[in-house]
Write a protein that binds this ligand. Structure first.
Ligand SMILES: Nc1ncnc2c1ncn2[C@@H]1O[C@H](COP(=O)(O)OP(=O)(O)O)[C@@H](O)[C@H]1O
Ligand SMILES: [Mg+2]
Length: 271
């Protein structure tokens, strides 16, 4: 177990509704960060219904459950790298911590163990992307505390989804995180809806940091093939996913066309 050293940046994807694209986006963030040259891991913290290995068509032998077991048996000998499954595409590789395979294993994951394992991953990677469930659970709150950035993902389809997004925004604000820790991102924009984005932003009291388009076929195709969109396709969704990651890594600011010129993110890297 390493005690010292730089800790990787934790990017958590969260939402208050399910099936809004958290897993798809988390995977593409991990893939794109890898393409940018960073050392990347993705941790599937959707304990009961984790889909990361499914969406990547990635066979795996070990999961978070095995990691928890090993860490509880001998914390000093615990090496989190033994529990990660590499995903290869061309000459890019990122590492996956799969969610438990069985429901009873999921029930037995302790928040303290999960956060300990996540912090061990942080010592070995530049970025750790965390996929979650849509709930203000004990685990998700602990993961959000550990996060550098929370991508709070929403879709604008029906009134109840928007109401839940509003509750989510207000709840996250009440946690007292610094302003730029939480980024509101809209997914599946331009799907058939009559709801005006500006009305939604007014309700939420915040504008969207980034907007991702609806792209049903490419999203479906990427999941069926088990290959992240950013690796294979150059459609609007893929381009906008890349742009989101570039905003997070501040490449845009470095290249002189972003408004985020302060470079707070690069400062984190230099620490
Ligand atoms: N921008 C998008 N355009 C079209 N389909 C999308 C988009 N984002 C996600 N999807 C699809 O929506 C479904 C749910 O996505 P998923 O990532 O599993 O959501 P969550 O993890 O929030 O439950 C998947 O079938 C996925 O392909
Ligand atoms: Mg999911």
């Amino acid at each position: 177990m390493e005690e010292e050293g730089r800790r990787g940046i934790v990017l958590t994807v969260f939402s208050t509704a399910s099936a809004v694209g958290k897993t798809l986006i988390a995977i593409n963030m991990a893939a794109e960060l890898t393409r940018e040259g960073y050392r990347v891991a993705i941790a599937d913290m959707d304990l009961q219904f984790g889909d990361v290995t499914n969406y990547l068509a990635l066979p795996h032998e070990k999961t978070l459950f095995d990691a928890q077991k090993a860490a509880s048996e001998n914390v000093d000998a615990f090496d989190v790298k033994e529990f990660l499954t590499p995903y290869y595409y061309k000459n890019w590789t990122f590492h996956v911590l799969p969610a438990p395979d069985k429901l009873e294993e999921a029930y037995n994951i302790q928040t303290k163990a999960a956060t300990h394992i996540l912090s061990e991953i942080q010592y070995n990677f530049d970025f750790v992307v965390v996929d979650t469930t849509s709930a203000f659970s004990e685990l998700n709150l602990a993961l959000m505390d550990m996060s550098t950035i929370i991508t709070f993902l929403g879709i604008v389809d029906f009134i109840p989804t928007i109401k839940n997004m509003k509750i989510g925004c207000d709840t996250i604000r009440s946690l007292g995180y610094e302003n730029n820790k939480v980024r509101l991102v809209l997914n599946r924009s331009n799907s058939k809806t009559k709801i005006d984005l500006e009305d939604v932003e007014a309700l939420l009291g915040e504008s969207f940091y980034h907007v991702l388009p609806n792209a049903f076929e490419p999203a479906k195709d990427s999941i069926e093939k088990g290959i992240p969109l950013v690796y294979t396709s150059d459609n609007g969704l893929s381009q906008d996913l890349k742009a989101l990651v570039r905003k997070y890594t501040n490449r845009e600011a470095e290249e002189g066309f972003g408004e985020n010129g302060g470079g707070w993110f690069s400062k984190l890297f230099k620490s």
